[in-house]
Design a protein around this ligand. Sequence first.
Ligand code: NI
Length: 262
Amino acid sequence: MDFNFATAPQGSIFDTHAHYDDERFDSDRYELLASLKNSGVGGVINCAVDIESSKNVIKIAEDFDFCYSAVGYHPENLPDSKSLDFEKLCELIKHKSVVAIGEIGLDYYWHQDNKDYQKQSFLLQTEFAIKNNLPVIVHDREAHADTLSILQAKKPRGVLHCFSGSVEMAESILKLGMYIGVGGVVTFKNSKKLAEVVKSLPLNRILLETDAPYMAPEPFRGKTNNSAYILFVAKKIAEIKGVTETEVLEQTYLNAKNLFGV
Ligand code: NI
């Protein structure tokens, strides 16, 4: 497989949300990660979904100096025992690659039967992030109202990843000082709502992301995503906002550095 398809300048792409520990990368993980630098990628945050995956993203960061880690429990991966292992998380955040708690949040699309447990877990992990002076990387699927109310109550630093809310909700997120994560969805033909949101956002509050292996942008929709494809997300945002793609890449890179302190 040829990975040298992008023309982004060296070190110009910061992918704030990827899952390179995912099994879909098992066959070519190291080859792909090694190729990303030549495709313009300067930084990647691998977001864990549970303790096992937190250890795996840290392992990846040890092998690739441009990779950073977010550790925590994704709402779809909460333990059946209903007890989150904060002792283990405490140990994991000591690793120098860890720059955030994530991905954490609420998913009412896949799970409607454990909303209270999801809210409690999101709340506790947000408090844990604040206590340890780390930003949060937040997942919100069909749970806008509850996500917003927890964020408004706790006011963490962080990003609402793969934003799918309204212009009004984006305004509320900005008011909290948080960033908005934009990925492949913005390139889809049916993403009018997100285009409106992007139009309304100041460029200094947008973070670029893949959610790789998921959410590949056009013209790769449906394929396995990777950080080099962010170029197509930057192109689309540039088109929507009437700026150059270089401006989009440079400002969003700076935004990532500001939020995650890398
Ligand atoms: Ni994700």
